[in-house]
Design a protein. Structure first.
Length: 396
């Protein structure tokens, strides 16, 4: 089976999408499929990879983030699809990439993969605290109408969680299938814990080994609500013994994040902005060595960083909305009101007051019971595509 993924937000310098695409190519090689990633880039070129290839289509730089390029037309990408003749064409965004997949006239099964809930990412982040989630959804009825117009062109719309399938169904989308993400369990596991690495993290935050350290991982972007994360740790510091925050990530708000971290540190907080870490084994070690993961985003479709933290045996502190909240069982973490730094600080203190050894064991056990590996996700996804291809062949 040949799958063409119109991957609008793939970049070699990206984060989650890059990791997902690499995993998809590896799974394609393992299962005997071919995956063609069609992505906007600086020049037209093809790059063979195990499991398929990446076809770069020349496109301008995305103004708000120079790590990425953006499709401005459809002709070049449609020509790639004409040449490749895939069995499945996948649109990996509801924007130009999705419409390229929708408009291609070939006979392939068409799949829309919704890696995000755009209303949750932007309007809910900016306006939800002021207006309430229900009112924001109502104000963006025009977007739901737009998404319905796109959705009807596809045989299936894939999401990473049942909660998101239910949410999208409530706005009239059809053909939804939940295929939960997975974690590379060979990398993310409790044995990665390293007391020396924990001391290094604390030292970066200006603390000694008797303090506590939390990690937060994600793009520097408004949807990740890093202002809430940093504010929570600053408030918790004022009420308890020192707590360090080790921030991993990069993005369009990096300078603002660094300014806020510096300002809070002058007032007694202990925040280290570590930047992006591409070595995933090192990232797993950081997660396993921290006292917990503090997450800010309420718009996660799955919450891969949260899942990875649990697999490393790290307890979690997450907002009460979005995919991350699905992981927050009482035995492994705490929940706080979305966007509320005071409530998040209370959740931090509750978590750190609990027996840490019990929490870490419970986190690892919960991960073993509920979180599949990355292979399982792609096994299910490709099996779904194979079934749809077979069904389509019977009707043509």
């Amino acid at each position: 089976m040949k799958i063409a993924d119109v991957s609008e937000f793939y970049s070699e310098r990206g984060g989650g999408v890059r990791t997902y695409v690499q995993q998809k190519l590896a799974a394609s090689a393992r299962l005997g499929h071919e995956t063609v990633i069609i992505a906007p880039g600086p020049v037209d070129r093809e790059e063979p990879r195990p499991g398929g290839k990446i076809v770069w289509v020349k496109a301008p730089v995305l103004a708000v983030d120079p790590r990425y390029h953006i499709f401005v037309g459809m002709k070049a990408a449609l020509a790639v699809l004409d040449r490749e003749r895939p069995d499945v064409v996948e649109g990996s965004s509801p924007w130009r990439g999705g419409w390229i997949a929708a408009r291609w006239r070939g006979p392939a099964v068409k799949a829309l993969f919704m890696h995000a809930d755009p209303v949750a990412v932007y309007p809910q982040t900016l306006l939800g605290g002021l207006l309430g989630r229900a009112r924001v959804d109502a104000l963006f009825s025009w977007f739901w109408a737009y998404l319905r117009r796109l959705n009807v062109h596809f045989d299936v719309t894939v999401v990473a969680g049942e909660w998101l399938a239910t949410r999208f169904e409530s706005f009239g989308l059809r053909g939804l299938r939940a295929v939960p993400m997975g974690v590379d369990r060979s990398l993310f596991h409790p044995a990665r814990r390293d007391e020396e690495l924990r001391r290094v993290m604390l030292a970066a935050c200006g603390l000694d080994e008797n303090a506590r350290v939390l990690i937060s991982i994600g793009r520097h972007h408004p949807e990740k609500r890093l202002n809430t994360v940093m504010g929570a740790v600053a408030r918790a510091n004022a009420r308890d013994k020192p707590i360090g925050l080790y921030l991993v990530g990069d993005g369009i708000t990096r300078r603002a994040v660094e300014r806020q971290a510096a300002q809070l540190s002058l007032k007694g907080a202990h925040i280290h902005v570590a930047g992006q870490i591409t070595d995933r084994s090192h990232l797993a070690g950081l997660m396993a060595s921290a006292d917990g993961l503090l997450h800010g985003s309420a718009s996660e479709t799955f919450g891969i960083a949260v899942a990875e933290a649990l697999c490393c045996g790290a307890p979690i502190i997450v907002p009460d909305t979005g995919g991350a909240a699905d992981f927050a069982h009482a035995d492994v973490g705490e929940i706080y009101a979305t966007g509320n730094a005071d409530d998040a600080a209370k959740a931090v203190l509750r978590l750190l007051a609990r027996d840490q050894e019990t929490l870490h064991r419970a986190a690892a056990a919960r991960a073993d019971a509920t979180i599949g590996n990355a292979d399982a996700h792609f096994d299910r996804l490709f099996a779904l595509y194979e079934r749809l291809v077979a069904e389509k062949a019977k009707t043509t």
